[in-house]
Design a protein around this ligand. Structure first.
Ligand code: ZN
Length: 381
């Protein structure tokens, strides 16, 4: 029987060398050149372990990459394993110089180390090790690294979905829930709506009756939106941005708002979206345009997803650590794969603190555990 932890520990130097190499390349989502560089480097690494790599060119974001391997049993026709990670981070260029990459009290600190350069390195080192040890699975393996996850995967969404088509399962190598490093087995769906109100300008003192106030109309809509909240049931609706008007003494002809909406289930998401789209103007002379929708469908804890999580948790105990599961309000590419009915495990990549925040770090002693579990999962699921 394979001692997965011993195998992972034998790769510890390579693993941390690669994490460092990836952290050293700063990759804010908006910087295409930086993301192209890192996707080029990871593409080469995946190709060096036999992956058939495809570069998916992008205009605005960095190029996304996919890599495919056949299963050990080539004729099996079994559904493939899908592994997903993102190469971009939320940190602007120059953060590394300010924050540094360093070890302290058993943790590695650096921008993007937790979210999610450690998960990318674990994927690459894990697959390389499975191959060199003749532990490759019978099923085909597909890896997708994208470069726009931190802004909601606007350009890679079709690629995420086509890669998930027919997959047996998806392992999303995002960090575990901060703190315990738990698997995220339930994620809220996330929508952004934009309400634009057009009215009619007029002098506020001399001819108020000739105007139609877009701000008056928008204010009423904001109150109606607020009433759609159902926090106990997991529906949140928040008007996060408003703007409008042109001068104090002019009836405003234009006003708009951006709304953040989250829902726990697909049923809730459909219901709340229909409610928002059904909003009608109440102030005479104004018109209302509603744009947007759910760009991350809810990830529900289906029986298949729960079963996948249960296997991973059981194996974590065999390996010698304690993986748990939690729900979260945030979204990731796991929302997309789960919505297609592919059992998805999210939060496998690393354990640490402060994602997207000062002091972002990973726990050093946990990383071999994560590598061991990743290899066991790819080998055995
Ligand atoms: Zn992430």
């Amino acid at each position: 029987m394979t001692d997965w932890l011993a195998l992972a520990k034998s790769q510890e130097t390579e693993l941390f060398d690669l994490i460092e190499k990836l952290v050293m390349i700063e990759t804010p989502t908006s910087d295409k050149a930086a993301n192209d560089r890192i996707s080029g480097i990871t593409a080469e690494l995946l190709a060096s372990i036999g992956g058939e790599v495809t570069v998916h060119p992008e205009k605005k974001y960095g190029d996304h990459i996919t890599a495919n391997w056949t299963g050990k049993n080539r004729d099996s026709g079994t559904p493939h394993a899908l592994v997903i990670g993102h190469l971009d981070t939320v940190w602007p260029i120059g953060t590394l110089e300010r924050m540094g990459y360093y070890e302290k009290d058993g943790r590695m600190y650096g921008p993007g180390v937790l979210d999610m350069k450690a998960g990318i390195a674990t994927t690459i080192v894990g697959l390389r090790t499975l191959q060199s040890q003749d532990l490759w699975p019978d099923r085909p393996v597909r890896v997708l690294f994208n470069t726009d996850e931190e802004v909601g995967s606007p350009s890679s969404r079709p690629l995420v979905e086509s890669s998930a088509q027919g997959a047996a399962f998806a392992l999303v190598m995002e960090p575990g829930q901060a703190g315990a490093g738990a698997l995220k087995t339930q994620r809220k769906g996330l929508a952004e709506f934009r309400l634009v109100v057009e009215g009619k300008a007029s002098h506020a003192g001399a001819f108020p009756e000739r105007g139609a106030s877009a701000i008056h109309e928008l204010a009423q809509k904001i109150v109606e939106l607020q009433a759609m909240n159902d926090w106990p049931d997991g529906i949140t609706v928040s008007t996060g941005l408003i703007s409008g008007g042109s001068a104090r003494n002019t009836i405003p002809a234009h006003a708009e708002a951006t709304i953040d909406v989250r829902a726990r289930t697909n049923e809730q998401a459909e219901k709340i979206e229909a409610q928002i789209r059904a909003l009608k103007p109440a102030v005479e002379g104004t018109s209302l345009t509603i744009e947007g929708g759910f760009h991350r469908p809810p990830m529900e804890r289906t029986p298949e997803l729960a079963k996948l999580a249960a296997s991973l948790i059981e194996w974590s105990h065999e390996i010698g650590f304690e993986l748990t599961e939690e729900s979260t309000g945030g979204g990731s590419d796991a929302n997309l794969t789960a919505a297609m009915g592919v059992p998805s495990a999210d939060g496998l990549g690393s354990k640490g603190l402060n994602p997207h925040a000062e002091g972002e770090n990973i726990e050093i002693s946990e990383q071999p555990n994560r590598l061991a579990l990743f290899m066991k999962a790819i080998h055995s699921l």
